[in-house]
Design a protein around this ligand. Structure first.
Ligand SMILES: *[C@@H]1O[C@H](CO)[C@@H](O)[C@H](O)[C@H]1NC(C)=O
Ligand SMILES: *[C@@H]1O[C@H](CO)[C@@H](O)[C@H](O)[C@H]1NC(C)=O
Ligand SMILES: *[C@@H]1O[C@H](CO)[C@@H](O)[C@H](O)[C@H]1NC(C)=O
Ligand SMILES: *[C@@H]1O[C@H](CO)[C@@H](O)[C@H](O)[C@H]1NC(C)=O
Ligand SMILES: *[C@@H]1O[C@H](CO)[C@@H](O)[C@H](O)[C@H]1NC(C)=O
Length: 946
């Protein structure tokens, strides 16, 4: 029995889960050739808008913007165009990850809110639908202001869903419109062209042909209507249009037939592509509205177009750590000083100190100087008893860092909060971040442990090993004095476009050979072997070899420090299959990384529509014994293909081979008949290029994150936003296909919001049980705060566990819909030689009865801007002065809740014969404009990008 959302009737969910509920642009997949899905529409809109933003930024900086104008933008071509001047090694992984997150959140609206009419503009719910879009956009802006980019992407995806559905479900396109309906992102506009509640809008289709079922006078008078939809009842107001399709019961009632354009096979499928095209442009308008408020730099962050990684440190600050803190300081300063001002400068800095019992505060900044100052202020003190709150510190860092970050933990003590291990593993699996531990003074002798009270035993260190291993990081054990030699791994991780070529862990003694393929895109290969005993030999594709004892040999240089061996491989002209044989008596981890543009990203997705159905993101472990699916994207080129995906168990058992299906847009669905038992790694083989005459070149990559499947299933579903002070109820279900007994439930959030949850649930063998978590956002939470909730269920005896990870945005409902406006006066007397004179603009700015103008920024123009603030009202006037050579100015005014308005003006140069005398009046030569935000106008003003 299904009960994914117990708030809804179970019967309903059975129907939702079993039937393909065809009532929207298809979320991710379309079975009808040439049709566009929400995935396509969202991705294309983000790509096009990002290109415009990059172009505007390049132009403003006097740089060239080269984008191959071949009509098809890809993440890779955009990344290249937007990073002009950077090295040739670029990764578009972060960009693609953000875009994918956004369209997966878009698709989720069809699962969580499938039956909410406003979320799909069904049932003529235009005002309520617009409210969904407008509140969604406000949530994005608020989240960006708080630096919560992950929740911003979630809110963006769902707002886009509703906005896009308008074009499929209403008669906007049938009315002959080719441009978007601007009122949908303008809550201050009165929508006065709506068909009234009793106005008939449709007639029955004739013989299954619905192309002409909207009443002619509705179209002539341009009255807006949309289709009614219900899974259960055929009732609809008299004369109204239906959504249409097999699952819409209202479709069977007079007037029979529907008007949706969800794909080319639907009632109005002949207009599908038109609707989808307008939906793309409408999505771009929404993005433009968001961009004006948050600015270009944050816009590029929002879409993940930031080349460099974050630098994340979690540091123990108890008594004996002063050497370690000094080293963390040294290495971070070295990275900052080396990379500052370059494209490789860390995109942000995260620092979490932990002590006993204190953890945090979390410091998160994009300003290297702030980070330097914070790390400078760390001092070692306190921490009487031995174990410290290490994992709590790591928990904060994991949820704050961008996905796929490298996090470094410095400690010399065991963790007091080991109970967090399984939650951390869940977060590692869902964020795909890597955790590397720099452990100093781990003792392996029981005698020393008694004499050195803080020392970590091998068992204590094992916890760190396990977390490092599941994330693809390392647990490096060194003496305090040799720590400076080990921190080279931190320098290594701050290089761009890092990829994993091989990663394996072995826990038993023996000798084993591993191989890794170097393709021509890979540079700077480094091999890391962590473990106390391994000896190795490295083999090149041409048969040369180098043993571990030869620190400087034909194949590379070997550096040993503590339990780490690092080999910088000399890869000149050595494309092909490399080998490494490792002989050990103890656990070891081998990892081979390189720099390459070619990488991949994966998400586990879950079918929600039966055989031909669609997929949504699954933020939990796959189930043992059941099939599962991954959505995979290869980044780094325009003709890259996934050819094979293998899940390799760490135990050495046989790999599970997936079935790969290309679904367009550079995405692939990979289906597995069932996951392997125990921990496993993901290996991807692919090819690039290839023509009739030349064969394609092969590449191989591995995910650094290790996964595992479970016999326990945890599912939960809830709306993704709540208001400050509100309590959200999250119903969840735990299922097992074996063990009966008492399951331990752990629910955690990363914000210390108050929560309630059952501590145990009792399950029958093969049964299920339901529970509820409540989460309360304090009323003092700033709008835009994000919170990550993890619900974990552990089988009796802790033999198995599963979890679900959910993100929520705390958002204050926006009631101020007034946009700032301005009135400008221009004083200009510009001679033909524009270098000789300046012109001035003064603007009176008002926000009506809104929240007041909080920022004014110069969007275009290179003069100087001054603003005057009146207390209690915000900014009320601005003066601008520029050289006569800088003829256009554009000021963006943003009010307290993120409504934006544009104040723009342009001057023209006078011909010498008619140069008037200097005048202080607002000159007639000047063209002044006072615009409310009209993205379309803005677009034509200065984004003439094709
Ligand atoms: C969408 O906008 C582009 C310009 O950004 C324009 O060329 C295209 O015609 C528009 N599409 C539709 C359907 O209006
Ligand atoms: C390899 O790394 C070095 C520094 O570690 C860097 O200078 C060089 O550019 C890298 N090689 C390539 C091809 O990027
Ligand atoms: C691995 O090392 C052990 C001990 O050093 C040695 O006896 C054994 O022969 C080695 N195995 C291989 C396959 O090299
Ligand atoms: C996986 O499946 C593909 C396609 O069926 C096949 O070509 C490949 O050899 C298989 N790989 C392994 C390791 O079995
Ligand atoms: C989610 O929000 C919608 C409206 O925004 C509401 O109708 C629905 O009941 C909410 N669902 C849950 C599970 O809270």
């Amino acid at each position: 029995m299904f009960s994914r959302v117990t708030a809804l009737p179970t019967l309903l969910w059975i129907i939702l889960l079993i039937c393909p509920v065809a009532k929207t642009f298809k979320p991710l997949l379309s079975t009808v050739g040439g049709s566009l899905t929400h995935r396509d529409i969202t991705q294309r809109a983000i790509f096009r808008k990002t290109a415009q933003v990059c172009q505007a930024m390049a132009v403003a900086q006097g740089q060239e913007f080269n984008l191959p104008n071949d009509g098809t933008l890809t993440a890779h071509s955009l990344q290249q165009a937007c990073s002009s001047g950077a090295s040739s090694l670029l990764s578009s992984l972060a960009f693609q990850t953000a875009v994918t997150k956004t369209y997966l959140s878009n698709a989720a609206v069809d699962v969580v809110l499938a039956l909410s009419a406003p979320h799909h503009f069904d049932d003529e719910s235009f005002e309520a639908g617009r409210d969904v879009v407008v509140q969604g956009a406000a949530a994005v802006k608020a989240a960006v202001k708080q630096g919560s980019f992950i929740s911003a992407r979630i809110s963006l995806g769902s707002a886009c869903h509703t906005l896009q559905d308008f074009y499929s479900h209403s008669n906007w396109v049938e009315m002959g419109n080719t441009a978007p309906f601007p009122d949908l992102i303008r809550p201050d506009m009165q929508m006065d062209n709506l068909a009234g509640p009793t106005t008939a809008t449709c007639r029955s289709c004739t013989g299954g042909n619905c192309s002409d079922n909207i009443l002619p006078d509705i179209l002539q008078q341009k009255k807006l209507t949309s289709g009614y939809f219900s899974l259960f009842s055929s009732a609809k107001p008299a004369g109204k249009c239906s959504h249409g399709g097999t699952f819409d019961k209202t479709n069977e009632q007079d007037p029979v037939g529907g008007i949706n354009k969800d794909d080319a096979s639907e009632s109005h499928g002949h207009l599908h592509l038109k609707a989808a095209e307008v939906a793309i442009n409408a999505t771009m308008e929404l993005l433009e509205d968001i961009r004006l408020t948050i600015g270009d730099k944050d816009f590029l962050w929002l879409v993940g177009m930031s080349q460099s990684a974050a630098l994340c440190f979690v540091i123990d600050t108890t008594g004996s750590m002063s050497d370690d803190i000094a080293e963390a300081k040294r290495v971070s300063f070295a990275i900052i000083d080396l990379k500052r001002g370059t494209q490789e400068e860390p995109s942000e800095y995260i620092l979490v100190p932990f002590n006993d019992p204190g953890v945090g505060p979390l410091i998160r900044t994009t300003d290297a100087d702030v980070f330097k100052q914070e790390i400078n202020e760390l001092t070692a003190n306190g921490g009487g008893d031995i174990p410290e709150m290490c994992l709590s510190g790591l928990l904060l860092a994991l949820t704050a860092a961008p996905p796929s970050s490298d996090i470094f933990v410095f400690t010399d003590a065991p963790a007091k909060d080991a109970v967090l291990k399984s939650i951390l593993t869940a977060l590692i699996e869902s964020t795909k971040s890597k955790v590397t531990f720099m452990l100093t003074d781990v003792t392996r002798s029981a005698r020393r442990r008694r004499t050195v009270p803080r020392a970590m035993s091998v068992e204590d260190a094992q916890l760190y090993w396990d977390l490092a291993q599941s994330s693809g990081g390392q647990a490096i054990e060194v003496t305090k004095s040799s720590l400076p030699d080990a921190t080279v791994v931190i320098m290594d991780s701050s290089t761009p476009a890092l990829v994993t070529l091989l990663q394996a862990v072995r826990t038993s003694a023996g000798s084993e050979s591993f191989s890794f393929l170097l393709d021509e895109s890979v540079f700077n290969v480094t091999v890391y072997i962590t473990g106390t005993s391994p000896v190795f030999t490295l083999y090149s594709p041409t048969g040369e070899s180098q043993g571990h004892e030869m620190s400087d040999g034909p194949l590379g240089t070997i550096q040993k420090v503590g339990n780490l061996q690092r080999i910088q491989v000399n890869t000149n002209n050595r494309i092909g299959l490399w080998g490494i044989t490792i002989n050990t008596t103890e656990t070891f981890l081998v990892k081979v990384t390189g720099q390459s543009s070619i990488n991949f990203l994966f998400n586990i997705v879950e079918a929600f529509g039966g055989a031909h159905g669609d997929f949504s993101l699954k933020q939990s472990r796959p189930s043992i014994g059941k099939s599962f699916t991954m959505l995979m994207t290869v980044t780094g080129g325009d003709s890259l293909r996934v050819t094979e995906v293998l899940l390799e168990p760490v135990s050495g058992a046989a790999a599970v081979n997936g079935t790969v299906e290309a679904i367009g847009g550079g995405d692939f669905l990979v289906r597995f008949s069932e996951p392997p038992e125990g921990d496993f790694t993901i290996h991807v083989k692919g090819e690039s290029g290839g023509t009739a005459r030349s064969s394609p070149s092969q590449f191989q990559r591995q995910a650094s994150t290790q996964l595992r499947a479970s016999r326990v299933t945890v599912t939960a579903s809830a709306n993704s936003t709540l208001e400050p002070g509100e309590t959200i109820t999250v119903p969840f279900t735990v299922q097992t296909n074996t063990t009966a007994g008492t399951y331990t439930i752990q629910a955690r959030n990363d914000r210390e919001f108050s929560m309630s949850s059952p501590s145990t649930l009792t399950l029958e063998a093969g049964g299920q049980a339901e529970g509820t978590v409540t989460l309360t956002a304090p009323s003092s939470s700033p709008s835009g705060t994000d919170v990550t909730l993890t619900i974990e269920a552990q089988a009796p005896g802790s033999t198995d566990s599963n979890y679900v990870v959910m993100s929520f945005a705390v958002v204050t409902r926006v009631t101020d819909v007034t946009r700032p406006v301005c009135q400008v006066t221009i004083t200009a007397n510009c001679p033909e030689d524009c270098t000789q004179a300046t012109w001035q603009l003064s603007a009176n700015m008002t926000d009506g009865n809104g929240t007041g103008i909080s920022t004014v920024t110069l969007q275009q123009g290179n003069g100087t801007l001054n603003t005057t603030t009146t207390s209690g009202v915000g900014i009320t006037s601005a003066s601008y002065s520029a050289s006569c050579c800088s003829k256009v100015v554009e000021l963006v005014m943003v009010d307290g809740v993120g409504n934006s308005g544009v104040c723009s003006a342009a001057i023209s140069v006078v011909s010498p014969a008619t140069t008037p005398q200097a005048t202080t009046s607002s000159a007639g030569l000047c063209l002044t404009m006072c615009l409310w935000l009209w993205p379309i106008v803005m677009l034509s003003l200065h984004h003439l990008w094709a």
